[in-house]
Design a protein around this ligand. Structure first.
Ligand code: KIV
Length: 266
């Protein structure tokens, strides 16, 4: 068991102390993130883009995920390891169980799936079988072809009402955590207030219980040369990666990152 457990995250939410999360795909960065005090290492399927060079997360396999989870586990020193179940690896409950077994046995402590209230049965089943689940809502990159691009979600009142209801339904189904991506800051704040479980944001304002960024983005590394609005380059003005990671932790804890300029309105 890691030093940072679900109980730690729940108590950080209760105390109003922000939770720090970064994506992480290998042992050296796991070690470096832990030194900086990052509490949750997300082995994200964003590795399909930042490590493998694909233009989406869809080509990533469960085998790829297991390989990187095992690498992160070897460098981890007390952080919680959260891992993505990749595209179509939880399309049926049978697939969800066998994919989850592979990632938990590789070293994950919690798994993340993308969607909304339609995942309630999957969440319930995995939780009953010993797998804590984080549900990634809002902009769900595995559904980029349905969404028609990487766009802010929940901007109109119907979508916002649906997202609030979905968050509550997922909490009731046993979700351990929610992650909101590219959601108007005000809506993210309402959802964070409405549920007792921790809510992590990316492009969702500073009122969520914690923040996550893609490691390469916050280190100023980009294949396309473009950077989303919600990203801050923490390497700017720093002379080491360690200093950039520490600055991220400090700014999330002090609620100086994200600033208003990193968020979206309805
Ligand atoms: O895969 C990933 O890196 C993610 C983050 C964008 C939250 O899910």
């Amino acid at each position: 068991m890691p030093d940072i457990t679900l109980t730690t995250l729940q108590s950080l939410k209760q105390k109003g102390e922000k939770i720090t999360m970064l994506t992480c795909y290998d042992a050296t960065f796991a070690h470096t993130c832990c030194e900086a005090g990052v509490e949750v290492l997300l082995v994200g399927d964003s590795l399909g883009m930042v490590l493998q060079g694909h233009d989406s997360t869809l080509p990533v396999t469960n085998g790829d995920m297991a390989y990187h989870v095992a690498a992160v586990k070897r460098g981890n020193n007390g952080a919680m390891i959260l891992a993505d179940l990749p595209f179509m690896s939880y399309a049926t409950t049978e697939q969800a169980l066998s994919s989850s077994a592979q990632l938990m046995q590789a070293g994950a402590h919690m798994l993340k799936i993308e969607g909304a209230a339609w995942l309630a049965d999957t969440v319930r089943l995995l939780n009953e079988r010993g797998v804590p689940v984080c549900v990634h809502m809002g902009l769900t990159p595995q559904a980029v072809n349905v969404l028609g691009g990487y766009k802010v979600q929940g901007r109109n009142e119907n979508q916002a009402r649906q997202m609030r209801a979905d968050a509550i339904a997922l909490e009731q189904a046993g979700a351990a955590m929610l992650l909101l991506e590219c959601v108007p800051s005000e809506l993210a704040a309402e959802i964070t207030q409405a549920v007792k479980i921790p809510v992590i944001g990316i492009g969702a304002g500073n009122a969520t219980d914690g923040q996550v960024l893609v490691l390469h983005d916050m280190l100023g590394l980009s294949l396309s040369g473009r950077s989303p609005k919600f990203v801050k380059n923490f390497m700017a003005g720093k002379d080491s990666i360690q200093a950039a990671l520490s600055a991220y932790v400090e700014e999330v804890k002090a609620v100086t990152f994200p600033g208003a300029e990193h968020g979206f309105s309805a």
